[in-house]
Design a protein around this ligand. Structure first.
Ligand code: T4K
Length: 417
């Protein structure tokens, strides 16, 4: 009997999956192509510092994004930091609190105060009206984020930036290969940044990139990426080491070659989730617009706050079943250090983000799960929501008493990612 509460693994039943199903399980491309490329790296004895594979990867990324310049980096966080430097930002920069903490950290690491603007609960992206309200004489820029690959309100943000003489940068870590209103992500603002981390749609183990159509900006970003070196012995300014290695580019190029396959799998998975979750009271699948190109790398549900089973209850139920769903992005960055301690609590009131951060749950997708897995996950969600309040009460009582079946579930301090 899989119908009763007793059958849930969280209450002592057998887990639905015998091994974990992950969010962000890396999509691997063609292994032979990867290995051949790595052999080439070794044969050339050229491992990093602007090698041929990095150059090829930069050209391929620029082509997808439809921009003139791509500056590949060792990860997405360094791409942000270098873009922030190259843009000459200082003082305060307005950004969203509902993002991975790398977004505000990249600003703060440069001595800039990230000023959080609350989100629009319908789009999960920053609300432009909040942004404009927060501009002060110290504001130098706006850093938007295309959460889940759904473009943030780029036209409104660009208009605000123009009106106030600010620079607009976009953290497009989730949005490589996505479009908005017929334009590819990559060409918005002064520059955009990608992440090619292992968990991303296209991955280079670790990696990132800055893309722009601005020649002078690209030149500055290249200098900053390489210690400020303009030539062998000429340093033009402060720089860092943000270079991508040849092995990373080998993976990135191989991953890129399988892009169409990854998109097809993600779209098929998303459709299976949409069908499987349809009509479950209290569960809403976060939609993508069919008119935009989307990679559907993130399958996110909102668990209705008034439902008998909360998001956190469902999270615990799923983890016990070996479905390692993630509470991206909980809590909002404004509740993380150092921002929580450094900033005026009044300025950290983010009711929409707080509400969203207790409702969203990201489910496994990508090439690491198949349609049978998804059917099983949807069945678990349906049965858990149907079990409702009694199940929630048992799960909460048990979490408080820490019964061993919950050993795999991180406590509330987790969910940093
Ligand atoms: N801006 C935004 C909006 C971002 O989302 C990110 C990164 C950045 C900036 C910064 O870009 P990077 O500097 O990272 O390039 C993960 C990723 O590490 C991070 O790249 C990503 N966002 C974030 C959303 O997710 P965690 O701490 O959640 O990762 P972790 O280790 O818990 O892994 C996630 C899941 O993937 C786990 O269930 C395990 C699975 N996994 C992971 C890896 C690394 C695998 O199965 N194999 C693997 O190799 O941050």
């Amino acid at each position: 009997d899989r119908g009763g509460e007793a059958s849930f693994a969280v209450l002592g039943g057998a887990p639905a999956f015998d091994r974990p199903r992950h969010v962000g399980r890396p999509n691997l491309g063609d292994r032979e192509r990867l290995m051949a490329r790595i052999e080439g790296v070794l044969d050339r004895v050229w491992l990093t510092n602007g090698g041929p594979l990095v150059q090829e990867f930069e050209a391929a990324v620029a082509a997808v994004a439809g921009v003139r310049h791509c500056v590949a980096t060792c990860n997405g966080t360094l791409a942000l930091e270098i873009a922030i430097r190259a843009a000459g930002l200082s003082g305060e920069v307005i950004t969203t609190p509902f993002t991975f903490v790398a977004t505000p950290h990249a600003l703060r690491w440069q001595g800039i105060t990230p000023v959080f603007a609350d989100v629009d609960p319908r789009t999960h992206n920053v609300d432009p009206r909040q942004v404009e309200r927060l501009i002060t004489p110290r504001t130098t820029g706006i850093l938007g984020v295309h959460l889940w690959g759904r473009a943030c309100p780029v036209d409104e943000l660009a208009a605000i930036a123009d009106r106030h003489g600010l620079t607009l940068l976009l953290d497009a870590s989730h949005a490589f290969g996505c479009s908005s209103g017929g334009r590819m992500v990559g060409g918005f603002g002064t520059a955009e940044t990608f992440s090619f981390h292992a968990t991303k749609f296209v991955n280079s183990f670790e990696g990132g990139a800055i893309v722009t159509d601005d020649d002078a900006f690209a030149e500055r970003a290249r200098l900053v990426r390489n210690f400020g070196f303009a030539d062998y012995d000429q340093v033009q300014g402060l720089g860092t080491n943000g270079k991508m290695s040849e092995v990373a580019a080998a993976m990135g190029l191989t991953s890129l070659e399988s892009r169409d396959h990854f998109v097809a799998v993600n779209h098929e998975n998303y459709a299976a989730y949409r069908a499987g979750l349809a009509g479950i009271p209290g569960i809403e699948l976060v939609p993508y617009r069919d008119e935009d190109l989307t990679t559907r790398q993130y399958v996110v549900v909102e668990v209705d706050g008034s439902a008998d089973l909360t998001r956190d209850d469902l999270y615990r139920v799923l983890w016990a079943e070996n479905v390692l769903a993630r509470r991206y992005f909980h809590p909002g960055c404004h509740r993380m250090e150092p921002y929580r301690s450094e900033q005026d609590p009044e300025r950290l009131r983010m009711p929409e983000t707080d509400r969203l951060a207790t409702r969203t749950l990201t489910l496994p997708t990508g090439t690491g799960v198949d349609l049978a897995d998804i059917a099983m996950v949807c069945d678990l969600v349906r049965r858990a929501m149907a079990a409702g309040r009694p199940l929630g009460e048992l799960v909460r009582a048990q979490a408080a008493g820490s019964r061993p079946v919950l050993a795999a579930v991180p406590d509330d301090g987790a969910g940093t990612g």
